[in-house]
Design a protein around this ligand. Structure first.
Ligand SMILES: Nc1nc2c(ncn2[C@@H]2O[C@H](COP(=O)(O)OP(=O)(O)O)[C@@H](O)[C@H]2O)c(=O)[nH]1
Ligand SMILES: [Mg+2]
Length: 238
């Protein structure tokens, strides 16, 4: 197993099937598994996944007992992953699975012997509503100014990294938007690579101004505190 593709989903009954087909088409040269983490969806997502699994042995389904949020869903998927390399992407089809092989090659090339590399997708042409694009543009500016993580796009769902390094990061609700800053504060190295971004064709967005803006402000203070307290610990057995 070379790569575990981790997908957090909440109520994506209409999108998850075609996304899994696209992943299978895109990863023909890679030995991979797909770990979908269903965060206690209230629609038909669970049944859709079980049906797909009957004809897809690469698919594993993890279901949360209750809705814990996207960050904890990613974490559960990474914990259950069998590979030491992870690709994570959104379950609504906005990220393009055909970007994964190029990003995976970059991860292997940049990593060498180190496991501290994060490949972060950069949605250079975002296909979101006007309000989302504008608010995200300013949020990214404020965030990169305060956290100095120097990434153009922290919230892209498409990211590749090593399982062990990720599981060593602090775990909290909404941490998935700050993975680059958390990486850097632990001595990690981040590479932002341009990726395709697509409109959401089906289903609905789970995030609006209220559950992103106010939460985001609180998170920024928390992140600045975490950065001050973080240390990259280097040790060796003698
Ligand atoms: N596991 C989990 N995933 C979620 C939750 N909310 C959203 N997601 C997933 O996170 C991804 C991004 O969410 P989405 O609604 O598309 O956000 P947007 O692209 O910013 O509008 C999608 O795969 C969602 O299904 C949640 O509460 N739990
Ligand atoms: Mg989306």
């Amino acid at each position: 197993m070379n790569l575990s593709v981790v997908i957090p989903v909440f109520n994506e009954e209409q999108s998850i099937g075609s996304l899994i087909t696209e992943i299978s088409d895109a990863l023909i040269k890679i030995d991979y598994e797909i770990v979908v983490v269903d965060d206690c969806s209230s629609d038909e997502t669970a049944n859709v996944l079980i049906k797909i699994q009957k004809n897809n042995q690469r698919l594993r389904i993890i279901r949360h007992k209750k809705n814990y949020g996207q960050s904890f869903a990613i974490r559960s998927g990474v914990k259950c992953a069998k590979s030491s390399w992870i690709a994570t992407l959104d379950g609504d089809g906005q990220n393009d699975p055909s970007d994964i092989p190029r990003l995976f090659d970059a991860l292997i090339e940049k990593s060498g012997k180190n496991k501290n590399v994060l490949i972060a997708g950069f949605r250079f042409k975002r296909k979101d509503s006007w309000l989302k694009r504008i608010s995200s543009k300013y949020a990214n500016k404020v965030r990169s100014g305060l956290l100095q993580d120097e990434v153009p796009d922290t919230g892209c769902g498409l990211k590749l990294f090593s399982r062990d390094f990720f599981l060593d990061l602090p775990s909290f609700n909404h941490m998935h938007r700050y993975i680059p800053a958390l990486y850097i504060s632990r001595g990690g190295v981040v590479f932002s690579l341009k990726v395709n971004h697509r409109h959401r064709e089906k289903g609905y967005s789970k995030y609006g101004f209220n559950n992103r803006f106010w939460v985001g402000i609180t998170d920024l203070f928390g992140l600045m505190w975490l950065q001050r307290r973080s240390r990259e610990v280097v040790y060796k057995e003698k």
